[in-house]
Design a protein around this ligand. Structure first.
Ligand SMILES: O=C(O)c1ccccc1NCC(=O)[C@H](O)[C@H](O)COP(=O)(O)O
Length: 261
């Protein structure tokens, strides 16, 4: 499966990063930063209504190159101006053509929370995310057992980072809940065959406890999709390709939202 390949490459990337900046040093740098952040991502999602997490993504395994021209900072600024609640920035280099440098520059130039969209397989990456200015890290249940998830959520917590815990099915939902996730994202994309079904978010919505913030991820394309997800009372939607392919992000976000944000 693609996720296993990505995880294996990520492991090599982290080993290389550790040779450059050892674990003790990345911890020191991250812990020297302000941890009293107030978890702005969770605050934004907890506001009434549906909130947009807009993705900065050049390519993906399922779609190949999505944006030949990739003015990542301009895109992030446009999202913020258009009313996005948060930005998701891919940092995985091989399959998504992401870069840590994109994340760092974006966090230095926008005021809304930024998610480090990567394949966290080592706690080193959580400290790294903090030093890059992220407010949120992605923890994918398919890559982490419940005990590890719990530990990573605690590490993120101590640094003032939120964790978006991603699930795809009932079993992973149970693991996320048991690990104490405060924000659960349901991926509508089946990573085995890349099919997308927003019904997955709607189906799993009822399994999330009331006090957990809920995000629907992937394959969201139309105002009708948003309308269904709004009806299911999701707190946030994470949208990549639809926005990346549109020249005017504000117009598309307004169309999706059925009016201004
Ligand atoms: O999108 C892929 O091909 C993919 C493959 C393997 C792991 C993750 C993948 N996608 C990451 C995402 O979760 C999406 O970037 C995100 O949810 C936005 O999805 P979309 O709106 O469909 O671009």
């Amino acid at each position: 499966m693609i996720l296993e390949k990505i995880a294996a490459d990520t492991k090599l990337r982290v080993e290389k990063a550790k040779r450059k900046v050892p674990y003790s040093e990345i911890c020191r740098r991250a812990m020297a930063m302000d941890a009293t952040t107030g978890f702005p991502f969770e605050k934004a999602l907890a506001e009434p209504g549906i909130h947009y997490i807009c993705e900065v993504k050049k390519a993906s395994p399922s779609k190949g190159v999505i944006a030949q021209d990739f003015p990542y900072l301009e895109i992030a600024r446009e999202y913020e101006k258009a009313g996005a609640a948060a930005i998701s920035c891919l940092t995985e280099p091989k399959y998504f053509q992401g870069k840590d440098a994109y994340l760092k520059e974006i966090t230095e130039n926008v005021s809304i929370p930024v998610l480090r969209k990567d394949f966290t397989i080592d706690e080193y990456m959580i400290y790294e995310a903090k030093t890059l200015g992220a407010s949120v890290v992605l923890l994918i249940c398919a890559l982490l057992d419940t005990a590890t998830l719990k530990r990573y959520i605690k590490v993120a917590d101590r640094l003032g980072l939120s964790a978006l815990v991603e699930v795809h099915d009932e079993e992973e939902m149970q693991s996320a809940i048991e690990a104490g996730a405060r924000v659960i994202g349901v991926n509508n994309r089946n990573l085995k065959d890349f099919t997308v079904d927003i019904g997955n978010s709607i189906r799993l919505r009822t399994l999330a406890p009331k006090n957990v913030l809920f995000v629907a991820e992937s394959g969201i394309k139309t105002a009708e999709d948003i309308s269904k997800l709004r009806e299911a009372k999701v707190n946030g939607v994470l949208i990549g390709e639809t926005l990346m392919r549109s020249p005017d992000k504000k117009v598309v976000l307004e169309e999706l939202n059925g009016g201004s944000l």
